[in-house]
Design a protein around this ligand. Structure first.
Ligand code: ASP
Length: 285
């Protein structure tokens, strides 16, 4: 069976990133396994300041940066929620999976754990972070009649009001030697309150991996969580064509920003209701 690694840089991300993602996919593929491949892919993208994960993560309304990341294989999950001041949340998520009896660590507990196992204090903000923060504050200070619904600010990001900044979260799915893994990392879906948790670190919502495949989601986390999107797709795998399953699920978002990458035993697919950069690396037969 062919090995494969598929990575994305977020629903709404510019397709001009495709060549970069192709290169990242090639560089991060590891024959040692699907888990090593997806974690390395996400780590590389976290270190790229153009993406909203690790270095370059967006700020919360209060100006702080809290990040979410998760990794999953069949039967194993590690997740960090609202972690702050670490360079690579995905490596901490993997450590939660491999070094603790837990599945998720949140907030100051996640930071304390990271420090204890050697992750140094690190400021992930960049000039781009500051620029996006200024824009987010401007949106929020808009007149109330412009924000009549709970999701108005997010819908603006979906491009409806021409401010497509809710993007550039990163994720990866891999199949290596017939085993699957999924990984995801994000600074979140700005503008958002401190403490807000998106879909990304939630198994079944932002990612899922099992015996028959792996899925990672991107887009408006609140809507993704309401649908348990990744588990919903995983559950349907094998019943019909993967492309048809993910298209139907994403079309159900009715324009609220959402996208997915997925792999099964014999196929892979990506689909988003807005632009989404994707990189694919295939190895062997
Ligand atoms: N799903 C992420 C979140 O809501 C954001 C994204 O994928 O763009 O935190």
């Amino acid at each position: 069976m062919e090995d494969i690694l598929v990575i994305h840089s977020g629903a709404g991300s510019d397709q001009s990133y495709n060549p970069r993602l192709e290169r990242y996919a090639r560089e991060s593929f590891r024959q040692s396994g699907a888990l090593d491949s997806v974690v390395e892919a996400v780590r590389i993208m976290e270190d790229d300041p153009d993406f909203n994960a690790g270095t370059g993560s967006v700020k919360r309304i209060d100006g702080t940066i809290q990040m979410d990341a998760a990794v999953m294989t069949a039967g194993s999950i590690g997740s960090v929620v609202n972690i702050e001041r670490v360079k690579n949340p995905i490596l901490v998520a993997r450590a939660v999976m491999e070094k603790t009896p837990h599945v998720m660590l949140a907030g100051d507990g996640a930071v304390t754990f990271a420090r204890r196992i050697g992750f140094e204090d690190y400021d992930p903000s960049t000039p781009r972070t500051e620029e996006l923060y200024r824009k987010a504050l401007k949106i929020l200070s808009g007149s109330e009649k412009d924000i009549p619904e709970r999701y108005a600010s997010y819908l603006k990001y979906a491009g409806i009001f021409g401010i497509p900044e809710n993007k550039d979260t990163v994720g990866a799915v891999a199949r290596v030697s017939g085993k699957f893994a999924a990984a995801v990392s994000t600074g979140g879906s700005s503008p958002m309150m401190r403490g807000r948790v998106g879909d990304s670190p939630i198994p079944g919502a932002g990612l899922f991996a099992g015996e028959k495949g792996a899925v990672v989601a991107t887009g408006i986390g609140e809507e993704i969580m309401r649908r348990s999107l990744c588990y919903s797709i995983y559950h349907q795998m094998g019943k019909e064509k993967l492309e048809d399953i993910i298209k139907r699920e994403i079309d159900g978002f009715r324009g609220v920003l959402a996208g997915v990458i997925a792999i099964t035993e014999d196929s892979y697919a990506s689909y988003s209701n807005s632009s989404m950069a994707v990189g694919v690396y295939r190895f062997g037969k």
